[in-house]
Design a protein around this ligand. Sequence first.
Ligand code: MF3
Ligand code: CO
Length: 260
Amino acid sequence: MPRGDVTTVDMIVTKSRAELEKMYRAGQLLGEMLGELTQRVEPGVTTLDLDRFAEQWLRKAGAISPFKGYRNYPAHICTSVNEQVVHAIPANRVLREGDVISIDAGIRVNGYVADSAITVGVGKISEKAEQLIRHTEASLERAIEQMRPGNRLYDISHAVQSYIEPLGYTLVKEFCGHGVGRKMHEEPQVPNCGHRPHTGPRLRPGWVLAVEPMVNLGTAAVKIERDGWTVTTLDGRISAHCEHTIAITDDGPWILTQVK
Ligand code: MF3
Ligand code: CO
């Protein structure tokens, strides 16, 4: 989501154990769908093919896409290829060997939303691209490790930034993660950079956050295309994005969208 105003802690919804169980079921369904979507990624497939697959999959599962219609977003998923960072609208763009694609999807089922994204290669990709994806995933893992009661919100941001920047990559600062629950975007915002560690509100059991680092190979600068949605890198170099929906519990982070 676009970065906006900072939040106060009383606006953050705490979920009960029963609600977390429901969100887990949503997250597991979403993880399954994303797995099947990534299996369909190959040269010759269009991003619209992937959107149609998601539409049918969600219908069969008795679920809906929280993306479709959100501020008039016209599709069920976001499919961001190469220089596209996030929020690219599925279209007739044909995937080619060597491309990287971020598939960002959400699900709403039984009143609760889960949100997750994965970046994968199309066929064989360059070593540089492989590494960018692997490090983006690793930064999310570092962030998730911080998600336990007693730690603070910006420990999450700092974990991403302190991992990514020494590697020479850049972080997109205009967009961030977010709370998730009955709505796709709840408080608080979860930035990927720009904060000191050990600052921000203390994390509480029952909070559910979508954490989503966006990592560029070149410049951090991005622009929004004329469709009003697609975010692309200013220098045209590739970008990677991954996202999980994670609950904070007394036992530590619970990755609701991770399918074992
Ligand atoms: N993961 C994306 C976000 O949090 C999902 C929103 S896509 C939109 O911004 F199309 F619905 F906007
Ligand atoms: Co999100």
